[in-house]
Design a protein around this ligand. Structure first.
Ligand code: PGA
Length: 245
């Protein structure tokens, strides 16, 4: 619940100036629903920055007061939608079954889902990281074909690292990402697992971007707090691009 329409507009003024030459990474701005029309309009002529949504309904349409459908998002040129963010899971009771229903609805609407998974601190301390990730992935991705998985992005977001300033170490993140890739291969096939994009999220900042993004199974970042500052977010983009030199 960050950024009014006006704030999003002035954010983009700064951000787009900083990143307009950074064409080698895919950048997605994911504002609240109300700012999507304006952000989408401002990004209309911009090749390297797309717009996404933070959530969507599991239903296609109908009497679901207060909900937003995939078709409504597509009409605003939204391409990506975040599903099962840990705040949705912990504060709004979203289960893997709900995330799975949303995933199928999103794919039907030609949206690219960014499916979030990640363990709590208690689960990490109890050595349950792999068990939790496996059950979240199997539950959230149930019934998805290999072809559909090409449209899906996975975000590994350890709950204890989101908004806490506590980042997973590059080695911890790499280990979880490698496990996620292995699980995707088991759910689907190795070629799909090799190709799928797995982003890390949880206190990503300009000064830890390079160490995280240089891990072999980390393919991108899902940035929360730091992305609220257009300069910090553009620094993260630039650090990531530098690794491609
Ligand atoms: P953070 O948030 O970067 O502030 O930890 C990540 C997220 O909200 O997904």
């Amino acid at each position: 619940m960050n950024m009014t329409v006006n704030e999003a507009e002035s954010y983009l003024d700064t951000f787009l100036l900083e990143v307009h030459d950074e064409k080698r990474v895919e950048i997605v701005i994911i504002p609240p629903y109300t700012a999507i029309p304006k952000v989408s309009e401002l990004l209309n002529q911009v090749q390297n920055v797309k717009v996404g949504a933070q959530n969507m309904s599991a239903e296609k349409g109908g009497a679901f007061t207060g909900e937003i459908s995939g078709a409504m998002l597509r009409e605003l040129f939204v391409r990506h939608v975040v599903l099962g963010h840990s705040e949705r899971r912990s504060l709004y009771g979203e289960t893997d079954a709900i995330v799975n229903k949303k995933l199928h609805t999103a794919l039907e609407a030609s949206l690219k889902p960014i499916v979030c998974v990640g363990e709590t601190l208690a689960q990490r301390d109890a050595n349950q990281v792999e068990e939790v990730l496996e059950s979240q992935l199997k539950g959230s991705l149930a019934g998805v074909t290999a072809k559909e998985l090409h449209e899906v992005v996975i975000a590994y977001e350890p709950v204890w690292a989101i908004g806490t300033g506590r980042t997973a170490s590059p080695a911890q993140a790499q280990e979880a990402h490698a496990f996620i890739r292995k699980t995707i291969a088991a759910i689907s096939d190795q070629a799909t697992a090799d190709k799928i994009r797995i982003q890390y999220g949880g206190s990503v900042k300009p000064d830890n971007t390079e160490a995280l993004m240089s891990q072999s199974d980390i393919d991108g970042a899902l940035v929360g707090g730091a992305s609220l500052d257009p300069r910090a977010f553009s620094e993260i983009v630039k650090h990531t691009c530098k690794l491609l030199d």
